[in-house]
Design a protein around this ligand. Sequence first.
Ligand code: ADP
Length: 453
Amino acid sequence: MFKKILIANRGEVALRILRACRDLGIQTVAVHSTADAEAMHVRLADESVCIGPAPAAKSYLNAQEILSAATITGADAVHPGFGFLSENANFAQMVEEHGFRFIGPSPQHIAMMGDKITAKKTAVSLGLPIVPGSEEGVRDVETAHSIAQSIGYPVLIKASGGGGGRGMQVVPDMSLLEENYHAARTEAQMAFGNPEVYIEKYLDFPRHIEVQIIADSSGNVITLGERDCSLQRRHQKIWEEAPSPAIDETTRAALCDQVRTAIQKLGYQGLGTLEFLYQDDQFYFIEMNTRLQVEHPITEMVTGIDLVCAQIRVAAGEALSFTQDSIRLRGHAIECRINAESPLDFLPSPGTITIYHAPGGPGIRVDSALYPGAIISPHYDSLAAKLIVYGHTRAECLARLDRALSEYVIDGIQTLIPFHRALVRHPKIIAGTYHVKFLEQHADDLRHKEMGF
Ligand code: ADP
């Protein structure tokens, strides 16, 4: 087992990893920008190293500085968390070449899944169903026209190097194809440094359902059920639940079996998530995330497995200590992302936390790095805290979530707490009958009727 892990991240995920390390008796090294000198992950780590100024490109994305920090502190592994360098195959390679263990899959698997076209091709070769669309990058507008014509409008133009809900253009009909095709390529180039785009059928009312897997170096692959992440704004998740209210046990078992077979064929190691869209009883693979995910705690709540500890153990070469047959999904869990954003228009709301009171009681878990005086910097992602709630049934989970949201006080910045309070009482959320466009369609009534704005 590792003796010392460098955590190449910040905020609540850095703290989450630090806690797993403590539980495993592993020493921790925090890295931080000058803006985060007082941050919780820095205060709680055994050692810390400043790796640069506030902009992420000069600190949390600065591979050289991170590797120097690992060298001078004598760390033996690097945990990338999520975001930043977590899906950067070159970084994973550099970490290994410098003699540290990268806590994640092989650079080859990261690269394969990081390019969405390669990922879709790989999925097909592994026997997974994909959304109908182009098999390669679409190089010119004529090709775009003929593909869109053959799959039928509306279509979605997606960036091959995309992520984080960015780099997608919906094309409702032929008249807008040319304009959107060029806009998508320009956006892809600017956001991801790669103009390549591809075309997919745009599904009308899918749910986003993803399967969590973990695999060790002895070839054991285990699926840990699914998460439903259909509640999204701008294609970004803000509420996730496990299990999905939309599928039954037979459907779940069939999906998980298919995923397990695919991952065994792939020879993948580590934690991973396969994301699918689900509509009219059909699943369509859209991408695989080769890292820990923001919403991992809901899987931990319903399986009782500490995913970060399991991830670290597997990276250290240990075999998984549980079997597929021993996995039992119990109860229901929901995670609300408490973003530092205006609940009205989702615009970022940086600032200093003045009052902080986290909820508690049965079934409540809060993953956050907040405290009174903590600074929400405009330089980083707006995710400030995660409220994770467990109930024996979905109804109990919703009731506890309502209670927890009413107790939660964060002053000094705006957060999505009022938005989640409106959501938890909405009839369609209570019924579990929502899909990925629900927030777009109901944003106004949530704001006006429920939140009183
Ligand atoms: P990213 O990597 O940027 O998160 P994904 O491919 O995972 O992008 O898609 C994010 C979200 O965008 C999905 O959960 C879904 O809401 C929407 N989406 C993606 N592909 C489609 C599609 N073909 N039809 C309808 N919605 C889609």
